[in-house]
Each structure stands twice: as C-alpha cells, then as structure tokens.
Design a protein around this ligand. Structure first.
Ligand code: ZN
Length: 136
C-alpha cells in the first residue's frame, strides 16, 4: 500500500455538497465524472496532498443509493493506492478475504479499482486503486 488515495463520501445532492466542500477546502472540484457502470456521479477535490471523492447515486440500484437508505450522508469508503492491484487482490484472496472485484475494473479519475467485500472488513468499505496503465 502506497498511501490513502482518496476518501469517498456518499451525498444526496452533489451540487449542494460541491458548494460545501468548495467552501471548506478553498478549492473547487477539479473534475466531475459519471461512472455509469456504478450508477454514480462523482466530484473530486484536491486538498493539498489529499483527495476527496463525492458520490451521488444516479439510480436506485446504485450502491450509493442503497448506502443512503441505511445511513446518513457521510464517509462511504477509503481508497488505498497500490502499485500492482492484481497482485494485491490475489494476496488478499490468498489470506481468505472475499473481493467484490476479483479483477480490477475501470473506476473514476483514471484509475483501475477493486473493492473488498465489506463482510470481511467488519463493514468498512475498502477500495484498492492503481493508476490506469497507459494504452500501448
Ligand atoms: Zn473511491
């Protein structure tokens, strides 16, 4: 694990939350991106060395919509930057952890990502991410 890549925050109204985080952090989001496969719209803020990802659901089947049925708006996941995501996935599977994604998938902001199954991390949602390899 190299560092915390970002912290993901589930929000109901991304426009309202963009304003709050712009006010608090003193910077506007540097990117807004829809991830259709996940049913989310995201905004990314860079605050010094740290990155915050806001996530709003775009449909009721989205994991973010389901999270917000059970929880208040707030921290949804923590993402760790790794150099070789498949090696980390295989290492964790070898240790007996269940992965939501056994193969990395495309995520937002130029990353490939994989989530651990929260059942094996006592409900804490953990994402691994790696910079998307450059197309050859
Ligand atoms: Zn994330």
């Amino acid at each position: 694990m190299n560092k915390i890549e970002h912290i993901g925050i589930a929000v109901k109204d991304i426009e309202a939350s963009n304003k709050i985080f712009t006010d608090v952090l003193g910077v506007a989001p540097y990117k807004s991106e829809a991830v259709e496969s996940e049913g989310v719209i995201t905004s990314f803020f860079q605050a010094g060395p740290n990155k915050i990802e806001l996530l709003q659901a775009t449909n009721e089947n989205s994991a973010i919509a389901k999270f917000l049925e059970k929880n208040k708006e707030g921290i949804h996941h923590i993402a760790f930057d790794v150099s070789d995501i498949q090696t980390e996935i295989d290492r964790l599977i070898g240790l007996g952890y269940k992965m939501i994604h056994e193969k990395p998938k495309d995520g937002a902001d130029g990353k490939i990502i994989a989530f651990l199954h929260p059942k094996d991390s006592n409900g804490v949602l953990i994402e691994l991410c790696q910079d998307k390899p450059k197309e050859a």
